[in-house]
Design a protein around this ligand. Structure first.
Ligand SMILES: [Zn+2]
Length: 323
């Protein structure tokens, strides 16, 4: 296991409630999304119970010490894999919460725990740790079968709390409270759901860093998603080689996607957005964009991070493999 070095940055704590001025996050997102979707509704609501159908998260809400935990990065996967990069999400989350022994919910996207299935895989992290230390995991992993034509989605057991290589996690105490609800129908622009929100915030807040995390449902339509192949035996140096190694699929609603987005990299070498989805029908992977813009429907619940915790930032970095 990698001994982790953490750097902490405060981020812009934009207000979700009680804001009636033009700085209001709700109004900013609502106005910006209309360039990309025909129907847009953005509200600040009490978070629904996310443990229930159709969300299937391990914890109820997204409130209490909301934090973006950004772990590792693509340089540990490309051009060649660094097998030493395994991280325990429980101990990292506890450190990010200053070892306060609070219960927490960690949700997000990253590389799955390859030792569990002896194969590289996508991770959909979704675990709650109770105050007594007990873990309830609703995490999944996705991998391709040997001919790379189909994918397999599997539940990760409570006893496996590791991720590998890279992960982008939204950490909170999992409490109920106010969240930003973003509903969109019919895509009329070129941006995916998350890029629409991210670039809208970036345009408004500029240099000030805003980070969000949470869960969204793709309720109708299909989405382009990738699932990585087993680790490559030859180095991957170009986007073309990367796209041959990745496997792309059209996956069907309802998809449940978890992850983070942030409006700029700061000096932390951040990935600006990363969501992985799972489902109740055996499909799951890395979300790129819907492929059925006319019928697509999204419903997302997000909270704003108070800080970014950067874990094991790569020293030698590069900018590919971040789509
Ligand atoms: Zn991914």
């Amino acid at each position: 296991m990698v001994k982790v070095e953490m750097r902490i940055r405060k981020v812009e704590r934009i207000s979700l409630i009680g804001c009636s001025n033009e700085q209001c996050c709700r109004q900013v997102v609502a106005a910006g999304l209309t360039t990309n979707f025909a129907t847009v509704n953005v509200e600040v609501v009490d978070c629904p119970n996310l443990t229930e159908d159709p969300f299937h998260l391990a914890g109820q809400g997204l409130n209490g010490s909301p934090t973006l935990v950004e772990i590792g990065g693509p340089p540990y996967l490309l051009p060649t894999v660094d097998y030493t990069k395994l991280y325990d999400l429980v101990s990292i989350s506890q450190q990010a919460l200053n070892n306060t022994k609070k219960e927490f919910l960690a949700i997000g996207a990253g590389a799955g725990p390859y030792p569990l299935v002896e194969s590289n895989c996508e991770g959909m992290f979704n675990l709650k740790v109770h105050a007594n230390g007990h873990v309830t995991s609703e995490s999944h992993l996705a991998r391709v079968n040997p001919d790379r034509r189909k994918t397999v989605l599997e539940k990760i057991p409570n006893s496996e709390t590791r991720c590998a290589l890279l992960a982008n996690i939204f950490l909170s105490e999992g409490k109920p409270g106010k969240v930003l609800k973003v509903s969109c129908k019919k895509r009329i622009g070129k941006k995916d759901f998350i890029a629409s929100i991210r670039t809208t915030l970036e345009q408004h807040y500029g240099e000030r860093t805003v980070g969000l995390g949470g869960v969204f449902l793709m309720k109708k339509g299909k989405a382009k998603q990738h699932v990585m192949s087993p680790f490559s035996e030859t180095p991957i140096h170009t986007e073309e080689e990367l796209n041959t190694w990745l496997n792309f699929f059209d996956m069907s609603a309802t998809l449940i996607a978890v992850g983070t987005l942030v409006t700029n990299e700061c000096d932390l070498d951040l990935r600006l957005q990363h969501f992985h989805s799972f489902s109740r029908h055996g499909e799951g992977g890395h979300y790129h964009i819907d492929t059925t813009p006319d019928v697509v429907e999204y419903e997302g619940y997000f909270n704003v991070g108070e800080k970014i915790v950067r874990v094991d930032k790569p020293i030698n970095t590069h900018k590919f493999g971040r789509d």
